[in-house]
Design a protein around this ligand. Sequence first.
Ligand code: CO8
Length: 259
Amino acid sequence: MEPVSYVDVEIQQGIYFLTLNRIEARNALDAKMLAEIEGALDEAEKNQDVKVIVVQGAGGKSFAAGADIKQLQARKPLEALVPGMQGLYKKIENCSKVTIAAVEGYALGGGCELALACDIRIATKNAKFGLPELNLGIIPGAGGTQRLSRIIGKGRALDMILTGKIIDGEEAERIGLVSYYVERDKLKEKIEEVASQVMRKGPVAIQLAKHAVHKGYDLDMETALWIEKLSQAVAFGTEDKQEGTTAFIEKRQAEFQNK
Ligand code: CO8
């Protein structure tokens, strides 16, 4: 019998909710779930009505408890060289839509790395972030060694990776691992608030800004500033720029057309 789907999707007013649903294994990311995440991402990418993708975990106790350790155990060295989870997370980072990780419960290992690949992170009080891979004799291999240090700084990242310590949502906000920390019953409200702020912006400008930050971050300042300049030149040629500036002058809300 074909196993049930591990990913639920739902579109609500421009927001694509991608929910990891393998509650019995704390939403651990096995090959099937990773393939389903990729399929959902491709679908969201193609859908013009989707402006924001929210990644979340079903059940409230776990966002994702990392790669499936039972599958990991059978992996051989060369299997770590395929794009795999790292490739999928790069695809999430490169996605044309804005991505938000809404973290309740455990975001460990590959689960934490999934949240790190999203543009914006929101955590609840019961969120628990950690990169415990060293306990298993492996390293964070889905972008964690690089993205965590870029987001919270090298010292704090090394501390989290080398000790495998787990921090809660409040601590995650204090050190800048997440942008927002909310009570569990306020999560949906916060997601909608952040998503609607994003969705009010010009879609072309959103993409240009997102990619200028992601791509520019790893470049020398001179080249990164040139990317910014070129992106701005593109923005200057859009109808959205005319609409945005005209709306300000006319004291009304802009109505962007993605042009
Ligand atoms: N993989 C597989 N199964 C898991 C995982 C996991 N990561 N996490 C939990 N489960 C399963 C358990 O085996 C258990 O199954 P069963 O009921 O059949 O025994 C069920 O989920 C419930 O788990 P617990 O009883 O442990 O639940 P608790 O609520 O007591 O604890 C925890 C929850 C704290 C999340 C605990 O399950 C745990 O520590 N899980 C492992 C966390 C971890 O180490 N994650 C890192 C995994 S490695 C990784 O992510 C590498 C990413 C990079 C890979 C790159 C490859 C190239």
